[in-house]
Design a protein. Structure first.
Length: 266
């Protein structure tokens, strides 16, 4: 993957396909290549030029272990879109990536023609703030959970009960989580330290770009009522909810998610 010098850091990125530009922004702790499994092939087949990248904090992009704020990630994405020279772009975010996409759409409307927020949110509720504080405590104390326990916890927080009820899918996901776990990288810890005590409901009322918010019915990390709230706040915002899907709904129910994205971008 090529590396771009953007906003004073290095960003690892990849572009596939030809046509109108779509920039995809991944969530906390995840590399851009996660989009490659389901979303990139569908978008390329539909005639889009798709850019995926590793946010700051995710090597080989600059890890920035000393810290970052959401505005840094917004500026990174804006710089990447400008560098690619095909503005305005459609932007698609997941979780933290949706927060980046929301702020990008607000701050740089000229760069964004349409925006899709998967598990987006204008604020965190008390459970999310408490969970985040607990993650900070684990990071600060250097505590590593036993791999099998961490795999089970990751599954229950990110997958739908419908997925876990299928023995084959449950085994595959749990194995994946167990063997892909391990020590949290400094850049990921910096992402997790970003401010979680925010409320952008009033600010998002000023967004004028066409926006789609997608909620996942069984999402424990960003419950669907928060995703729906984003669509209700933004003038003309559209909301779609995907059944039998958790926080990783774009991987659990890719056909439904891709259909919602493509219908909106058409």
């Amino acid at each position: 993957m090529p590396v771009a010098s953007v906003n004073g850091i290095s960003l690892n990125y990849q572009v596939k396909g030809a046509g109108p530009l779509v920039v995809m922004i991944m969530g906390t702790g995840s590399p851009g290549r996660v989009w490659e499994l389901h979303q990139v092939p569908a978008l390329v087949a539909a005639g889009f030029r798709v850019c995926t990248f590793d946010n700051r904090g995710i090597a080989p992009s600059s890890e920035c272990p000393d810290g970052m704020v959401i505005g840094d990630l917004v500026a990174d994405t804006a710089g990447l879109i400008t560098m690619l020279g095909s503005e305005p772009a459609a932007v698609i975010g997941q979780s933290m990536g949706s927060r980046v996409a929301q702020e990008l759409t607000l701050a740089h409307p000229g760069l964004v023609r349409k925006a899709v927020f998967l598990a987006g949110h204008a604020r965190f509720d008390q459970f999310q703030r408490t969970l985040s504080a607990g993650e900070h405590d684990l990071d600060a104390k250097g505590i590593a959970l036993p791999p099998r326990y961490e795999a089970a916890l990751t599954a229950v927080m990110n997958l739908s009960p419908a997925t876990m009820a299928d023995p084959d899918k449950a085994r595959d996901w749990l194995d994946l989580f167990e063997f892909s776990g391990g020590a949290v990288a400094p850049g990921v810890r910096a992402q997790r330290r970003m401010d979680r005590d925010f409320d952008r409901r009033d600010a998002y009322r000023r967004i004028s770009t066409p926006c789609l918010a997608v909620g996942f019915a069984d999402d424990r990390m960003v419950p669907p009522y928060l995703a729906r709230e984003v669509a209700e706040i933004i003038p003309g915002g559209v909301y779609r909810e995907i059944a039998d899907a958790g926080h990783y709904g774009y991987l659990e129910r890719p056909d439904e998610v891709n259909r919602a994205i493509l219908e909106f971008l058409a």
